[in-house]
Design a protein around this ligand. Structure first.
Ligand code: FES
Length: 146
């Protein structure tokens, strides 16, 4: 299995690892199949811009690298732009992932969505296109094609 240099870089030197106290939104998702869990914390300002973002992952190296890159991609974005940060975008930014590790990148995307959902619910707003998050992404994994 070959990892790109960017994956190795984000794995060995993850950006934005940690947590945010009193975060505007927190999202946690897991994958029951591999047992990995990821949590994303968003600090969103009054203009609905992601001022800060942190993550915690109990997961494999690919999950760490994709979380790290995903946090870099949503930082400074509006909540609407943050919703557009897909696992594909994250993988592209990392110069790809080995096929058996593609599912790991879904954890980051889903955790961001869950955190945005938490924020939206707390503030009584609706983010168009945002679906109620799942807590276990392996549930709908079978339907996806890799
Ligand atoms: Fe579970 Fe990578 S093996 S997230």
């Amino acid at each position: 299995m070959a990892y790109s240099e960017k994956v190795m870089d984000h794995f060995t030197n993850p950006r934005n690892m940690g947590e945010i106290e009193n975060a505007s939104g927190v999202g946690t998702v897991g994958n029951a199949k591999c047992g990995d869990i990821m949590r994303i914390y968003l600090d969103i300002d009054e203009n609905q811009i992601v001022r800060d973002v942190k993550f915690k992952t109990f997961g494999c190296g690919a999950a760490v690298a994709t979380s790290s890159m995903a946090t870099e991609l949503v930082k400074g974005k509006s909540i609407y732009e943050a919703l557009q940060v897909t696992n594909k975008a994250v993988m592209e930014a990392l110069d790809g992932l080995p096929p058996v590790k593609v599912h790991c990148s879904l954890l980051a995307e889903e955790a961001i969505h869950a955190a945005l959902w938490d924020y939206a619910t707390k503030h009584g707003i609706e983010i168009p296109g945002l679906q109620k998050p799942v807590t276990d992404i392996s549930e709908h994994e079978e339907e996806e094609e890799y």
